[in-house]
Design a protein around this ligand. Structure first.
Ligand code: F3S
Length: 283
């Protein structure tokens, strides 16, 4: 059995940076340390941080009950209003927003200042997208598919800025750009799909075409893991999504000669290595 692991599997720059910032705060920051929402979509990492004393704050209304400590903004970022509430709470605020997401916040602010409508290609319910929209100073819209871009109601001569959620599907973004080009709007396109995502998706697609089965390791609530799963499934019918080694059932793998492994941006290396070693030794 041949096992091929994607080089791009695992933590991206922004997630590694955010997790390291939390660990740093548990050592030298004002205690207790809170993250606003789980720092990443990975239960094992969140549990490990909990064991170091990190608490997850899910509702900013609870800020009035907390009188000291450090509050960390995760890599997805928050809206301007949420950041203001955090800063006014009296807690020490540490901003672990990925710099690539911060760039989107600036694009959102500037679009309105320049009289343009901001259109984000992304999932309207994702915290990153809600955060970006929360920095906009003008009209905004979110499209999550070619169909929604076709149906988007825009007035004639509307000037738009089109950007993407960092983890948006790169090809889907190109298709949305094409739709808006055909509709003839004066548009300013900012391709903000993160290259880490693009590289991971491209490598996963290539790998899925070469192997008999694919294993995608990552959190079920992680949007980039789900997208990775979809891409692999399109190119390899025998694609399995697992969160940890405990979810892996090797029975269907007995007849396969070559297995590929990739992982989402929030999957720690330790889990990827554990799965890879297990598949290599058991098959
Ligand atoms: Fe940042 Fe890209 Fe990761 S935007 S959080 S480095 S996927």
């Amino acid at each position: 059995m041949k096992v091929l692991k994607a080089d791009s599997a695992g933590f991206c720059f922004g997630v590694r940076r955010a997790v390291e910032m939390v660990i740093e705060q548990t050592r030298s920051g004002k205690q207790p340390v809170y993250t606003f929402g789980p720092i990443i979509h990975n239960e094992q990492v969140v549990k490990d941080l909990e064991s170091r004393g990190v608490r997850v704050l899910t509702d900013l209304d609870r800020l009035s009950e907390i009188h000291e400590g450090t509050l960390i903004i995760r890599s997805h970022g928050v809206s301007r209003e949420e950041q203001r509430r955090m800063e006014e709470s009296g807690l020490t605020v540490v901003d672990a927003t990925c710099p690539f997401v911060k760039k989107l916040h600036r694009i959102a602010e500037e679009a309105g200042q320049n009289g343009r409508t901001l259109i984000i290609a992304g999932d309207p319910d994702h915290p990153e997208v809600r955060g970006i929209i929360g920095w906009a100073s003008g009209r905004t819209a979110v499209v999550d598919s070619v169909e929604s871009a076709e149906e988007l109601e825009l007035s004639e001569n509307e000037e738009i800025v089109l950007a993407a959620q960092t983890t948006f599907h790169a090809r889907k973004f190109e298709n949305i750009v094409e739709i808006l080009r055909k509709r003839g709007y004066d548009k300013f396109v900012m391709n903000t799909v993160c290259s880490a995502t693009d590289e991971r998706q491209t490598e996963a697609r290539k790998l899925a075409c070469q192997v008999d089965a694919m294993i995608v390791v990552g959190g079920r609530h992680s949007s980039n893991t789900r997208k990775l799963y979809e891409i692999c499934k399109e190119n390899c019918g025998n694609t399995y999504l697992i969160e940890t080694l405990d979810d892996l059932d090797l029975k269907p793998f007995q007849s396969f000669l070559c297995v590929g492994i990739t992982a989402g941006a929030s999957t720690p290396n330790s889990i990827i290595e554990e799965v890879t070693d297990y598949v290599r030794t058991k098959l």
